[in-house]
Design a protein around this ligand. Structure first.
Ligand code: M6R
Length: 370
């Protein structure tokens, strides 16, 4: 069942091109538009929503954070992301004009289920993004957009995360298409870019995996690893840190790169490993230059800089102890590529330490208690 891989996690990392491809399957048509028959919520309701709230826990919440950047940009609908267990207890402002998006691999996470019920009681419509057919959250939601990642066995989520992000992109592009706005013309291009992602993820596996494994297996003694990212790279950084905590039991934290000088840079000391996710230098804003200068700052203070950047980005080399290049993509889609080396890193490091990567201590695959 592990298809010859030493762990389910490693197999599932390798399942990702098809997890993303299968999640796109049947939802795009030849003329560049999107059909989501599963969204059985009246189109007039979807046109009238004035806020989106994404609720989820753990990795699924990081997928939600990526979704927020994409949905706000493409649809111009204010979008919040909230951990499901916090949502219910802060008396959130939710009503008939709110669309709640509940993201859950298992569909059984109790915190997320309770948040779904709370939102529905306030009159909100709920779309579930879920990987498990017929589980509780999709049964209770008003509509479901299934991710087609296939069963995920390892406790640490990998392919479900990429599939959740993919489904969230589809939802965002669908709403943009439905509501019509200035990004309407970009939809066809973005859908084509999405269709190109499975092959690009495969390239990361073929070309980058051996390099990441070599580095990870030399870092068994790391006491702490920091992750930095900006824009969509920020949730990717937090996801990378979560993977390392979960399976390698190494202290890890993800930071927004811009926050560095507001405190975390004090942690940088000689030899401190820091993994930095660098945005595309082809982006329209100055984010790339800012993140490169962050790398320079931490390197000057002794950090061991491990950089994930886009192919062709030579500017990062000067300040990087190690660089892993991922294929070019539109900035908003980069998490589908930049996450993969982080998953491999955690899996390999945990393996090198002799841990059971599929069944980490103290954790359950699905958290069915509050
Ligand atoms: O089944 P769900 O997606 O609702 O689970 C949410 C979290 O419990 C889950 O993502 C957890 O954080 C994983 N262990 C992450 O690897």
């Amino acid at each position: 069942e592990k298809d010859g891989y030493p762990s389910f996690m490693e197999k599932e990392i390798h399942d990702q091109p098809s997890a993303v491809g299968d999640t796109l399957l049947g939802r795009l048509d030849e003329n560049g538009s999107l059909t989501l028959d599963e969204i059985k919520i009246d189109e007039s309701v979807l046109r009238s929503i004035d806020k989106i709230v994404v609720i989820a826990c753990g990795t699924a919440a990081y997928a939600g954070q990526v979704a927020r950047y994409a949905i706000e940009h493409w649809c111009r609908i204010p979008t919040e992301v909230e951990l499901a267990h916090e949502f219910r207890y802060r008396d959130p402002i939710v009503n008939e004009k709110t669309l709640v998006v509940a993201v859950s691999q298992s569909g059984e996470t109790m915190d997320t289920l309770m948040a779904v019920r709370h939102a529905q009681e306030q009159g909100a419509k709920v779309v579930a993004i879920c990987n498990t057919n017929g589980s509780t959250i999709p049964r209770e939601a008003d509509a479901v957009l299934y991710t087609h990642a296939g069963p995920e066995i390892a406790v640490a989520s990998t392919k479900a995360f990429l599939a959740q992000i993919t489904a969230a992109y589809l939802l965002g592009l669908y709403l943009a298409q439905l509501r019509g706005n200035k990004y309407k013309d970009e939809i066809a291009t973005l859908l084509a870019e999405l269709e190109a992602m499975p092959a690009k993820i495969q390239r990361v596996l073929d070309e980058v995996e051996p390099q990441v494994k070599a580095l990870a297996s030399s870092m068994e003694d790391a006491g702490s690893v920091l992750f930095l990212g900006r824009h969509v790279g920020f949730p990717v950084a937090m996801e990378g840190a979560l993977k390392l905590k979960e399976i390698a039991y190494i202290h890890a934290e993800g930071f927004a790169a811009g926050e560095l000088k507001h405190g975390p840079i004090a942690l940088i000391d000689q030899g401190q490993p820091v993994i930095v996710i660098v945005p595309s230098p082809r982006g329209r804003d100055s984010l790339h230059a800012k993140v490169v200068s962050n790398i320079q700052e931490i390197r000057a203070r002794g950090a061991e800089t491990i950089v994930i950047a886009e192919e062709g980005d030579e500017a990062v080399r000067e300040f990087a102890n190690h660089v892993f290049y991922v294929p070019q993509s539109p900035t908003l889609l980069q998490p589908l590529l930049a996450t993969v080396p982080l998953q491999i890193f955690a899996c390999e490091l945990a393996g090198a330490k002799g841990y059971d990567v599929d069944q980490p201590r103290n954790l359950a695959k699905s958290v069915t208690v509050e």
